[in-house]
Every structure is written in structure tokens, then in C-alpha cells.
Design a protein around this ligand. Sequence first.
Ligand SMILES: Nc1ncnc2c1ncn2[C@@H]1O[C@H](COP(=O)(O)OP(=O)(O)OP(=O)(O)O)[C@@H](O)[C@H]1O
Length: 368
Amino acid sequence: MHELHIQGLTKHFGDFVAVEDVSMTVRPDEVLCLLGPSGCGKTTTLRMIAGLEYATEGAVSFGDHPVTELSARDRNVAMAFQFYALYPDLTVAENLVFPLEAENASAGEKEQRLSEIADILQLGSVLERYPHQLSEGEKQRVAVGRCVIRSPNAFLFDEPLSRLDAKLRDEMRGSIRKILATLDRPTVIVTHDQLEAMTMGDRIAVMRDGKVEQVGRPLDVFERPQNTFVAGFIGTPQMNLIEGSCLSADENTISLSLNGERVTLAADQFEVKPKAGVSVTLGFRPRSVRETSEDGLRFADANVTLTENMGAETLVHCDWNGFAVRMLVPGGAYNEGDRVNLSVALGSLTLFGQDGERLTMKSDLEVA
Ligand SMILES: Nc1ncnc2c1ncn2[C@@H]1O[C@H](COP(=O)(O)OP(=O)(O)OP(=O)(O)O)[C@@H](O)[C@H]1O
């Protein structure tokens, strides 16, 4: 099977640039999730891959076979949308096998594929029903099943789980992942839900304002966000991002000013160091903040301003020197007005330079 190549894909709607210079390759055994806030261009990118939207610039191909000039019909991609249109006069079973009619599949093949898909998507008990007799979740599963029952060049999903309730969504993430693993076709899923992207994607492409900010494996994007946008977007609760300026940086230490408070970091783990005088942003996950006076980045005498019970953990909002610092801790031992000494181990810290881009750490090079 062929890779899906996207090269320099750009879409203008009049003067508005909805997608700008998006390039990536999706392998046949791979699920790529396009993730980003509303309006960042995810669906438009997907529609250009499908041929439902003509690209202003750029190219789409499967292996060596360019399809940019082809209509959606001739691209042979399977797409499941937010808005699933099931044929109302056909039963669930007939809806599911409908795409196989066009492929002239034998009755035996249809039967076998139908039974596999119905099994995985738990639709066995509703196969003889009509769409109006289904719940929203069942309808969506039929739509997904109808999409994956055939063997196209690629599978494209737009928010496939958006209509499901939380419980069903949890179950479906796993089921869809299982189905996708059997497909052996490049698969692109559009979602604004990072949990969905993290669990279903082999790789994630994070988009903002029509551009791809970072592409990587879910854990890499989470642990090594490329810039402050990705850092703030990926992860719940959000990463703490604190802006300051670099006072000096040499081989041994990096000195920063955070609202006038001076902090010093050991420089040895930074492959790229900020220059004196430039602004920097310190990023660290709430889970990495501890109430200790250990070495590392320290926030002495911070004020607890709010506590949020998140079940087994509590998100403790603190104010330190005018900065909001959030700490995620097990249990709930904090109250508003408490004074706390917080610290973050240097290994849990990410430093972003003046342009918001991540400054390379030595550990990144080891991973690479
Ligand atoms: N036909 C169109 N004409 C003009 N602008 C459009 C058109 N289609 C999309 N846009 C704009 O292009 C931008 C990207 O839209 P797109 O639907 O791709 O975003 P998205 O990331 O999928 O958002 P969402 O998560 O809300 O679906 C938006 O600002 C949208 O308003």
C-alpha cells in the first residue's frame, strides 16, 4: 500500500489564508491526528486531501501517483464526517455493505466483512434496524463502519467521536484504534480533542492559524513541545508558562529575571542557551511542581489562591511574584491563603527562547 504525501498544501478563501504550506507524509500503517483549536484549518486540510476542496497551491499524492487534479470520486478515499448521512431506506446491514457494491465484492466477501465490522463496532444487534431506529451513538458507529468496510487509498475521519457521550467515546476510542490497526491504509483523523489525538494517533500534527506547529509521536509532543503554543495546547491541566528575561548565560549557569526576582539554572543540560537581554519563557507541567525546597527552580513563599478538586488529585493555583503557578498534587491538603514553598526539578523544565521556540536540551539530542 502507498504512503499519502501532502506537499505545500495551501488554501485561500478570498484574501483569507485558511491553510498555509502544510507538508507531511502518512505511512500506510499509520494514523495521523490533525489537532488544533477551532478554525485552525484541520477540516479544510482533510477536505483538500479528499478532493472536496481544491488546493490553492500544493500537491496530494498516493505513492508516486499524484491526485491533486482528480475529483473526490476518483481519489478513492473513504471519509467519515461529523455529519453522517445514512441512507434512511436501507437497514444498518445494507448501509454498511453499500460501499462494497461499487467494488463488486462477492456475496461471501460482503458477508464476512459485515460480520467483522459489526462485531468490532458492536452493531450486531441492530443490523436489521433502519437509521431512524438508532441512537445517535449507533448512527455514528454505522457511519464509521461504512467508512472502514472498503479498501480505499486512505481513510479520513472528521471528528469521528464528536456525537458520542463520554462513556461511549471512551469505549469507541479503543475500538476505532483496533480497527485502524487492521486497515493498512494511511489514516488521517481530525480532532480538537487532545485525549482522542493522544490515544488514537501514531503521530499528531498540531495546527494553529493554518500552519503545522509540530508533528510527532504523542508522547514526544507532550514531553518536548516545540514552542509555547504547543506547550500550552497539549496537556491537561495546562503547562505553566512563565515569562522572564535572560540576565546572563555562560557555560555553567543561566540567570533569569522573573518580574525582578533572580533565578539561576544550571546550564549544562541546555544545548542551546538564551542570549543575555532576550526574553524567555519557562515551561513546566503542574504535575512537576512540588512543595519542597529542593534544588531546581524555586518559588519561595507562594500564595495559594484557589484549589480545584479533580477527583484523586487537586489542582492548586498559586501566585508567586505576580505569576500564576499551578501545582497538581494527590489528595487535597491545601487551602486558599496557605503560603507554600514550591520547586520544580531542572530536568522537568522547558525553556523557550524569544521567538517562543523551544531551546534544545541535551536530552533531546539523545532521543533524536
Ligand atoms: N468555504 C469557506 N469560505 C470561507 N472561509 C472558510 C470556508 N471554509 C472554512 N473557512 C474558514 O477557514 C478556517 C479554517 O476552517 P476549518 O473548518 O478548516 O477549521 P477547523 O480547524 O476544522 O475548525 P473546527 O474545529 O471548528 O471544525 C476558518 O476560519 C473558517 O471560518
